[in-house]
Structure formats: C-alpha cells, structure tokens
Design a protein around this ligand. Structure first.
Ligand SMILES: *Cc1c(COP(=O)(O)O)cnc(C)c1O
Length: 371
C-alpha cells in the first residue's frame, strides 16, 4: 500500500486528499458479520419477490434514462414518513452517504465549514474533505452525552455553515433529545447554519423516541436524513433520502448528477415500499436482541451505552485487539471504532447474538474486564 501511496503522491491530487487512505470497514467473509450495522435478517420473501417483479419490468425500459425526479419514489417515501410531508419535501440518493455529500456540495465547499460532535459517524469528516469543506470537531461531555445548552454554545461560537447531529448516534447508539436539535437550530440562526439530523437508525429507537421530522414545519434550515440500508434491510440497494423544506431539495437539484438514481434502484425501492410492514417485521426482533446484548454485557461487568439503534457500544475492555481477534477466530466480526477500551457490535439474529455473547464471555474469563 505504501508504494502505491508514494506513486499516488506524484499525481496532482488536491492538498486535502494527500496522504489519505480510502475509508471502509474490512469486508471479511466470516459467518457472523456484526461490524457494519447491517440488518442481519434476510429480506422477507414477499419483499424479495416484489423487487424481482418490479426490477424485471423496469429492465424492459433500460434503453431510456430513468425518471430524473424519481417521482413515485418521492411519493412513497413521503407517505412512509408521514408528518404531513409531501413529495416536494423529499430527496433521495444512492445511500444516505450520497445525500449527505450532495448537501455538502450545495451548502459547504472551499471556505466553508461543517461541524460534527465526535465520536460520531466517521463519514462526516470524509465527506468534508471530499468536498473541501473544513471540519470542526465539537466536544461531547464525558460519557459521550451532548446537552442542548452545550451544543448550542459550541455552534454559536464556531458559526459553521452546516452541523451534523447524528441521532441515534453512531457509534455510541444513543438518541439525542429534540431539545438539542431545537437549541442548535436556534444557535445557528445568526450564521444561517444548515442543521442535518442523521436518523439512519430511527426505526430502532425505543418506543416514544420522537423524530426530528416533527420539527420540520417552519424550520427551512433543518434537514432530516434517513436510509433504507438499516431497518429496511436494503444496504445492498443503496437508497438513502432526506426530508426538508422544498427550497432545500431545490438547492440539491443544482448539484445532483442528472439521472443519479437508476431505474433499477427506483424499481427496487418502490417495490420494497409497497411492503413496509413486511420490511419492518424484523425490527422488533432486532430490538429484542439489542436489549439482550445491553443486559448481558452489563451482567459481564462491561459498560454498554444505552442504545436506540441496532448496535451496542460498550466499554470496560482491557485489550480490545485481543477480544476482536478472539471473536474473529470464532467466526464473529465486530467493530473496533478506535476508541480505547471500547468496541461496537451489531445486534444479530438470536442465534448470531448467542454465539457472540457466549464467545465474548469466554474471552473475558481469560482476561477479566477493567472497571
Ligand atoms: C449506516 C449509516 C448511514 C447510512 O449509509 P447509507 O449510505 O444509506 O448506506 C448514514 N448515517 C449513519 C450514521 C450510518 O451509520
């Protein structure tokens, strides 16, 4: 890799990309994959069938460009989200990563800044460097919380062009109160700051956790981003979307590539959205496994963060490398997010979760946790 990087350095690469390595979690082919927060349950048969039928029909027209405005998909997504949203409020892309990139293309760029609150989604600084937007790392309190007053004060001081609030937050798993979103939005009034609430895991939140969608009316600088990759078990289809004021979607039309959502992608997403109940059938089971992981890790003397997502972030590990390796030897891959003493695990099926828990406890008995 180093030799390749050296050769790369001879190219006229942009300054802020010099020395970087491509991002991505290891894709290792092991039986139990709990490292990238995918939905561990296969697509329900009825959804699979519907997708095959609709993609087959779409294939007939592949000599033509797709509907550039993906009208049917925006209608279906607006209906799914509710909250009085209409297709004018909706935008979609090839994964929410692309949608977030389009937001930065429209509202960030050279001479502009975007703020995040690490530890948070590792794509935020990468999307910043990819669009030549300065990344400002805000501070969380010990224990990784973020209060409304603290977040607002930091946004007021930094006056960024864009703020990322990830809720439920990746990698910690915890949802933010809507008071944090409201306070950050108010704090960004003077700097005309765009506030993005990344709700990639919203469907896994504990019952009663409100969505920032409810704050959209009257807040034209607020964007709520969602994805079909997690709860909808469609990570491979690459469909993410946002809800915001119509002027936000109009701004994104200025930077999107024409026909960026292929006819195959649109057919896949439309077919899936005709079966929302089946699609979300496994969410409750995943939440049960998630809560089980939190309870079991607590019993083992570890310190899991409270989770509103399909994964659990936990501390109290002496040697994260040894635990990660030991699990991998048993065919279980989880995530080392680079925070000392901590690891992150995606909730699996019941059987996968059992294998993870049993193996982890064996490894801990060989090297007990620190408290
Ligand atoms: C997984 C994830 C996404 C979704 O990415 P896609 O491009 O839609 O697959 C977005 N935000 C966060 C915080 C995530 O963890």
């Amino acid at each position: 890799m180093n030799e390749r990087l050296n050769r790369l350095a001879n190219l006229p690469l942009r300054d802020n990309l010099q020395g970087l390595e491509p991002y991505g979690a290891p894709q290792i082919d092991v039986p139990i994959q709990l490292n990238v927060n995918e939905n561990t349950h296969p697509l329900p048969a009825e959804v699979h069938r519907a997708i095959v039928e609709e993609v087959t029909a779409a294939a007939v027209g592949l000599n033509r460009y797709p509907d550039r405005e993906f009208t049917e998909l925006r209608e279906r997504l607006a209906t799914y989200l509710g909250h009085g949203l209409t297709p004018e409020n909706i935008w979609a892309g090839n994964g929410s990563n692309e949608v977030l990139q389009q937001i930065l293309q429209a509202f960030g760029g050279p001479g502009r800044s975007v703020m995040g609150f690490p530890p948070t989604y590792s794509m935020y600084p990468l999307l910043a460097s990819g669009t030549d937007t300065a990344y400002i790392a805000g501070q969380r309190s010990p224990g990784y919380g973020l209060t409304a007053a603290d977040a607002a004060e930091q946004v007021r001081k930094a006056a960024p062009n864009i703020v990322f609030l990830c809720s439920p937050n990746n990698p910690t798993g915890t949802a933010l109160g809507l008071d944090v979103v409201e306070a950050v939005y108010e704090a960004g009034a003077a700097s005309n700051t765009i506030v993005i609430v990344d709700e990639a895991y919203a469907e896994f939140a504990h019952t009663g956790t409100p969505s920032a969608l409810s704050l959209l009316p009257g807040r034209e600088r607020l964007i709520v981003s969602r994805t079909m990759s997690k709860a909808f078990a469609l990570a491979g289809a690459r469909v993410g979307y946002l809800a915001a004021a119509p002027e936000v979607t109009d701004a994104i039309r200025l930077v999107r590539l024409p026909y960026h959502l292929s006819a195959v992608t649109q057919a896949t997403a439309n077919a899936a959205l005709k079966h929302v109940d089946a699609l979300l059938a496994n969410v409750e089971d995943i939440k049960v496994q998630r809560d089980r992981i939190v309870n079991e890790l607590t019993r083992m003397g570890l310190s899991p963060a409270s989770s509103d997502s399909n994964f659990v972030f936990f501390g109290g590990i002496n040697d994260t490398g040894a635990i990660w390796e030991g699990l991998l030897e048993a065919g279980v891959i989880i995530r080392d997010v680079g925070i000392p003493g901590h690891l992150r695990v995606t909730a699996g099926t019941e059987a996968e979760t059992t294998t993870f828990l049993v193996r982890l406890e064996e490894l801990l008995n060989q090297a007990p946790p620190t408290l």
